[in-house]
Design a protein around this ligand. Structure first.
Ligand code: 13P
Length: 244
């Protein structure tokens, strides 16, 4: 049985004072969503703050990136052991903004997933096609290619990951994939994972998820929750998504 999961990706948003208000509201509202896992992925400098407020709450937390390397001379990188010091449970890897703006390739994304697993943190492997790739009928090929190096980590590793399908054209655009469009890709991802006999891997949808469209997305059989960007910055909206 796959337990529902809703993760907020704050991206490069936040401040100590703004986070304090948001986190306090999340703590207050956590009770309404006992049926699913909720988490927030915050910028690195705020992990201590997030940990301080959310520890012993039902809301878990994580980071938005991880180095593929262990400790060493890698200026600007953040190692898995550092994330573990702040009790991160999750880390996003391969978000499309990192793939496109930081030239992260499929193999690096899998290496980052592996680095997370090595310290007991669950990688949330993000995949998704651009509008051009969708319109030229290449969506499933792109997803298959993006997943391949992750699949190569083997069944034991893949059983521990979360996959997030985020069509690039739906991110921050207000243009959500229809529930059926998302379901079609989720079914493809599930079928790909089934080759490794890992039926319980959670597959989240991301891209302009809001309280108003969450329920129709979550009604789809292969959509196990959401990776939420903009709407995770408002506690009430985010909790309404989780309640859906
Ligand atoms: P939006 O929800 O703002 O479209 O962002 C989605 C996303 O990129 C989450 O990782």
């Amino acid at each position: 049985m796959r337990r529902r999961l809703v993760i907020g990706n704050w991206k490069m948003h936040g401040s100590l004072s703004g986070n304090a208000a948001l986190l306090a509201q999340l703590r207050e509202g956590e009770g309404v969503v006992g049926h699913c896992d909720i988490a927030v992925c915050a910028p690195f400098p705020y992990l201590a703050q997030v940990q301080g407020v959310l520890q012993s709450s039902a809301v878990s937390w994580g980071a938005q990136d991880i180095s593929a390397h262990t400790l060493g001379a890698y200026t600007g990188e953040v190692a898995g052991t550092m994330l573990d010091d702040f009790a991160c449970r999750w880390v996003l890897v391969g978000h499309s903004e990192r793939r496109s703006m930081h030239a992260e390739g499929d193999q690096l994304v899998a290496d980052k997933a592996s680095a997370a697993l090595a310290v007991g943190i669950t990688p949330v492997v993000c995949v998704g096609e651009t509008l051009q790739e969708r319109e030229s009928g290449r969506t499933t090929d792109v997803i298959t290619r993006q997943l391949a190096p992750v699949m190569a980590l083997g069944a034991a590793a893949v059983a521990k990951v979360v996959v997030a399908y985020e069509p690039v054209w739906a991110i921050g655009t207000g243009r959500t994939a229809t529930p059926q469009q998302a379901q079609d890709v989720h079914a493809h991802i599930r079928a790909s994972l089934a080759v490794l006999a890992t039926p319980d891997v959670r597959v989240l949808y991301g891209g302009s998820v809001k309280a108003s469209n969450a329920a129709s997305l979550f009604a789809m059989p292969d959509i196990d929750g959401a990776l939420v960007g903009g709407a995770s910055l408002a506690a009430e909206e985010f909790l309404r998504i989780a309640a859906a």
